[in-house]
Design a protein around this ligand. Structure first.
Ligand SMILES: *Cc1c(COP(=O)(O)O)cnc(C)c1O
Length: 413
């Protein structure tokens, strides 16, 4: 899609606005599938939390993807979007036994990540097969917030607890149908991933009735020019060989599963916001946009660096800017960034706005969450409307009679 298409969308739907290019999502899905064509049974389960708009979920379903979910609400969203229950996997962390039972009752696959719940679930429902989430204790991931496989991580059942796990399985007579790991986002080093996979294969040998091994996700995508990304093709070749060898030893053709979020949707997304004010201080030129961390929090939360382009003046002379929001706290999207000269009213385009952007948006400062638009087959289609004042007050209980003006609250003297 062209910058002119984006400008037209900002004009039609107003700003700020999120835009997703379906073509990019489809090509990323194909790229990952191709990388693992050496494996007989491959299953991609899109991680819904990256971008959970129901039309995006429908697109994933139409591509043949399954769905990875982390809350009962995501399970329900997936079902509403047309996913068959058996193509949804529930991979929560730290949720109640009741929530897991609710998901199981809906017929979705269950992934359990702690021994306490495993023992309780197995004791009550030995007939429902479950997958177990293993923590291989491998340090991977871009930063400490998104690295989830290390020794101090709260995720997964430690490989050192396998003897206890086996005892629970034995005593409850439950059936383990899958082994899972998810070591974190932003994997750069393929060897670290392959090393973790060896640990998973070793663990898998303890279970006789497996159907699948799930290698989670965490593939890194480029955020700025010259950025390194996970070499999916190389990983595909190496891991496929290892996987096929394992299946032969195991004596059964298992399914190799992944749960990509960022890889599938990050680069498809653009966030468009208007520059309200250009403010020159003694040290900096600030470009203040019509948005803030209420709409896009990743730069402030993770220090992630989204490429920003001035699509209203793409040929303008480049200058250094700090791009900031309108929230009454420091909300800096970028510091000292070279951007084509910005005038008030210009539209800035943030790249990599598909994953963990809209889904993390909030109503802070009582602002509306922006609309979402899908660019599909050369057309813009609205897939979420901008919120309104009614949305802001919908669940608030306005107890007027508590503070009637006649009975002023007495202040202590
Ligand atoms: C978030 C998450 C993913 C997706 O991670 P990405 O880095 O977006 O690919 C996959 N699996 C689980 C269990 C997750 O929690």
């Amino acid at each position: 899609m062209q910058a002119s298409d984006l400008l037209q969308i900002a004009k039609t739907y107003g700003d700020p606005v999120y835009v997703y290019d379906s073509e990019k999502i489809i090509s990323q899905y194909q790229r990952l599938t191709n990388a693992f064509k050496g494996v007989k049974k491959l299953q991609l389960n899109y991680a819904a939390k990256a971008l959970s708009n129901i039309t995006i979920l429908r697109l994933m379903n139409s591509l043949g993807s399954g769905l990875d979910t982390v809350s009962i609400q995501e399970v329900e969203l997936g079902l509403l979007a047309g996913f068959k229950p058996e193509n949804i996997i529930f991979t929560p962390n730290g949720v109640s036994l009741e929530e897991i039972e609710k998901a199981a009752a809906l017929g979705v696959r269950i992934n359990i990540d702690n021994l306490s719940v495993l023992e309780q679930f197995g004791g009550k429902h030995p007939d429902i097969p479950v997958c177990i989430r293993i923590n291989p204790h491998v340090m991977a991931g871009g930063n400490s917030n998104i690295s989830v496989g290390h020794i101090d991580s709260k995720f997964g059942i430690s490989i050192h607890q396998i003897p206890h796990l086996l005892r629970i399985v034995d005593l409850t007579k439950m059936n383990i149908n899958g082994i899972h790991m998810h070591t974190g986002s932003d994997i750069l080093d393929i060897d670290v991933f392959l090393y973790a996979s060896e640990i998973l294969f070793e663990t898998a040998k303890n279970f006789r009735n497996l159907d699948f091994i799930d290698f989670g996700s965490g593939f890194k995508v480029p955020y700025k020019d010259g950025d390194i990304e996970t070499n999916i093709e190389e990983l595909g070749k190496k891991l496929s060989t290892k996987f096929n060898t394992f299946c032969k030893e195991y004596g059964k053709e298992l399914t190799l599963a992944f749960e990509p979020g960022k890889f599938l949707v990050s680069e498809s997304g653009f966030f468009l916001a208007k520059v309200n004010v250009v403010k020159q201080t003694t040290s900096t030129v600030f470009a203040s946009i019509d948005s803030g961390f209420n709409h896009l929090i990743r730069p402030m939360l993770y220090g992630s660096s989204h490429k920003i382009k001035n699509i209203s003046n793409p040929k303008g002379r480049e200058r250094y800017y700090s791009v900031v929001g309108y929230i009454c706290e420091t909300d800096t999207f970028a510091s000292n960034r070279r951007i084509n000269e910005i005038s008030e009213g210009d539209i800035l385009c943030f790249h990599n706005a598909g994953a963990y952007c809209f889904t993390m948006a909030s109503n802070y400062n009582s602002r509306f969450r922006p609309p979402e638009v899908l660019w599909h087959n050369g057309k813009a289609i609205l897939i979420r409307e901008r919120e309104t004042f009614e949305d802001l007050i919908r669940n608030q209980v306005d107890v007027k009679e508590l503070f009637e003006t006649k009975q002023k609250v007495a202040l202590a003297k």
